[in-house]
Design a protein around this ligand. Structure first.
Ligand SMILES: [Fe+2]
Ligand SMILES: [Fe+2]
Length: 199
């Protein structure tokens, strides 16, 4: 069936599309409290608690991954990212402060699942092998990608809510998660995968 539109209908449709496309972000929120927060601000607050739990959990998990690694290069990468991750915890505390919230963690089921999978990989691969490192890189990259997705969305949402300083802080962490991910890719491509193939 072919539907025919007259000029006026098309003109109205274009106007609606332009209105949606140019819709401005809400104005800056100034104070935050559970009583006065908008639904979106409340959602943002909840997501901050979620990633705060995840980062703190990673501070405990990364040393186990470093210990399980076969190559010194991968062990160093995990240990280096542990230091960076401690910085991410501190940044989130700064974000809570700026927004007038108490730093609070809410269990992140996704990060718990990803790190559990990492433990399974350690259990299923033999100590001292390059295959173990391949598995650890898999687990590490899944962690980093979860963080990249979260910090990307959080940065955008902070901007929408008018929290520009917070957006900048979250963006700094986002960049460091991307660097960690690229670092792991480099180790896989340059050494570990090839060694594992020969095992
Ligand atoms: Fe992080
Ligand atoms: Fe990370």
């Amino acid at each position: 069936m072919i539907i025919k539109y007259n000029d006026e209908t098309i003109y109205s449709l274009i106007k609606i599309i332009i209105m949606i496309a140019t819709k401005k972000a809400p104005v800056k929120a100034t104070t935050n409290s559970p009583e006065t927060d908008s639904r979106l601000q409340e959602f943002f607050h909840g997501e901050l608690k979620d990633i705060y739990w995840a980062e703190k959990h990673l501070v405990k998990t990364l040393p186990k991954m470093a210990k399980a690694a076969t190559s010194q290069e991968l062990r160093d990468a995990f240990n280096q990212h542990l230091e960076v991750t401690q910085g991410h915890v501190g940044r989130l505390e700064e974000v809570f402060n700026i927004l007038g919230y108490k730093p609070q963690a809410k269990k992140c089921e996704a990060m718990e699942g990803i790190t559990k999978e990492g433990e399974e990989i350690i259990a299923d691969t033999e100590k001292g092998t390059a295959t173990r490192d391949v598995g650890l890189i898999f687990a590490g990259q899944k962690v980093e990608h979860y963080e990249i997705a979260t910090y990307g969305s959080l940065t955008q949402l902070a901007k929408t809510l008018g929290h520009d300083e917070v957006a900048n802080i979250l963006h700094s962490t986002l960049q460091e998660e991307k660097e960690a991910d690229e670092g792991l890719s480099g180790i896989a491509e340059n050494t570990v995968n090839e060694k594992a193939e020969q095992e």
